[in-house]
Design a protein around this ligand. Structure first.
Ligand SMILES: Cc1cc2nc3c(=O)[nH]c(=O)nc-3n(C[C@H](O)[C@H](O)[C@H](O)COP(=O)(O)OP(=O)(O)OC[C@H]3O[C@@H](n4cnc5c(N)ncnc54)[C@H](O)[C@@H]3O)c2cc1C
Length: 405
């Protein structure tokens, strides 16, 4: 007799009814976007707003890459660390664009995206962590970021569910958050309203070239001519196949696992995002508490592991004992598109071919400035000054010096 298979009550992360693309492939558009993630949809929507005809070609379902795996933190302050100074102007510019982007998106889609300007609390437990937090705090202050040092008593006054062992904290009022599921649903709807053609379940198999210019793309279901093709294929942007060797992008996948806990009036919850050295936790408007995220350099190895989930739960319980009573509602993983310096690649790779990828752990934070900058690039040939340092040129190796004779 066959044993009954155990049925897990834990689901994968569900999207709130994303419906985007049953459309068929058009013959010709002004702009074709490879990839229906956050960056592809946000850029397509902004381009359609400028009167261009746009098609997004997604090999799976909209959002099936990193974009529905994210926590949705817009957190340039909490995430600021040594080495992130070059990214800071772009991050702060994008954060400043978020309220306008939210207003436009909610108006265009008729959907709320649960935008929360509540800030982040970065926590330390024990003397060693306090020293490291002090270092982070001083770095934030030197970089001009708003940050406030708090003793443990004050941290617990703000978040009474935290353990008494929390020794100190830094409040980062600048940081905001959104709900990725709602942002992606709103973008899918806004794209449709703006006339963007979204074609799902259609892998792009190659780019069409005429001389040195990209003139369109090919799929299993036919080809599409386009004046510009935008490569927004996330972690897959660096894979061989679509781009010739000479244009290969330095982008690789960095896997992240995360989970959602169900909070109730009985379990209580946090009122803002909390960061520790092990995990971040973000309360959402629907009562979910997101606990994320592992960082694993393991290629495209899919799935969630006991080790990954254990590390997240242990890290969360260390500061928030109340999680023990919370139901685990969903677990998932995704692949951050990570470039060699963790910053995005926004550039014209060849005539007719533009890249918008490599957003690593900051895709949500950087979506508004990316969409606007790429729309500018396509429409006018120039990006705003704040985006110009993020071309491929920064990875160019310096010419070896000739020996002096
Ligand atoms: C666990 C986790 C937590 C995160 N938390 C945050 C956060 O709190 N804040 C934040 O700002 N960012 C966060 N991020 C990062 C953020 O999710 C990404 O930076 C962002 O989603 C990247 O968007 P994208 O559109 O470039 O990539 P993706 O969402 O991966 O989209 C790329 C799409 O291209 C498609 N595609 C690939 N190849 C082809 C092809 N040949 N043809 C057609 N389609 C193709 C894929 O199917 C995919 O849907 C997190 C990421 C992870 C994994």
């Amino acid at each position: 007799m066959a044993l009954p298979r155990p049925v897990s009550p834990i689901g994968r992360r569900r999207d709130p009814g994303l419906t985007a693309g049953t459309a068929s492939l058009p013959a010709r558009v002004d702009v074709a976007v490879v990839g229906g993630g956050l960056i592809g949809l946000a850029t397509a929507w902004r381009l359609a707003g400028r009167g261009l005809s746009v098609a997004v070609i997604e090999r799976g379902a909209v959002g099936c890459g990193a974009s529905l795996a994210a926590t949705g933190m817009l957190a340039p302050a909490a995430e600021h660390e040594p080495g992130s100074d070059p990214l800071l102007p772009l991050a702060l510019d994008s954060l400043a664009r978020w309220p306008g982007f939210r207003d436009d998106l909610e108006a265009a889609s008729g959907l709320s995206i649960d935008y929360r300007p509540d800030g982040t609390l970065v926590l330390a437990v024990g003397r060693d962590e306090v020293e490291r937090l002090r270092f982070r705090y001083e770095l934030q202050r030197r970089s001009g970021l708003d940050a406030e040092w708090l003793p443990g008593t004050e941290v617990r006054r703000l978040e009474p569910m935290l353990r008494p062992s929390v020794t100190a904290g830094v409040r980062c009022p600048l940081d905001h958050q959104v709900d990725p599921r709602l942002v992606m649903a709103a973008l899918a709807r806004a794209c449709m309203e703006a006339g963007v053609t979204v074609v799902e379940n259609t892998p792009v198999t190659g780019l069409d070239w005429a001389g040195g210019t990209v003139t369109g793309l090919g799929t299993g279901g036919g080809s599409l001519r386009a004046s510009t093709v935008i490569l927004a294929a996330g972690a897959w942007s660096g894979e061989g196949g679509l781009l010739p060797e000479a244009l290969a992008l330095p982008v690789r996948p960095l896997k992240g696992q995360a989970l959602a806990l169900r909070t109730t009036r009985r379990t209580g919850t946090l009122s803002r995002m909390v960061w520790t050295e092990q995990v971040h936790m973000a309360p959402k408007g629907d009562g979910q508490l997101i606990v994320g995220a592992t960082v694993e350099d393991c290629g495209f190895q899919p799935g969630t592991t006991a080790g990954g989930l254990y590390a997240l739960l242990e890290g969360a319980r260390r500061v928030l004992p109340g999680i023990e009573e919370m139901e685990v509602e969903a677990v998932w993983s995704g692949f951050r598109p990570t470039s060699d310096d963790d910053a995005p690649i926004l550039d014209t790779l060849a005539p007719g071919l533009v890249a918008a990828t490599g957003h690593h752990r900051n895709g949500y934070l950087l979506a508004p400035v990316t969409a606007d900058a790429i729309a500018d690039l396509v429409a006018t040939g120039e990006m705003p000054a704040v985006a110009r340092p993020f071309t491929l040129a920064r990875f160019a190796r310096p010419e070896p010096r000739r020996a002096a004779r």
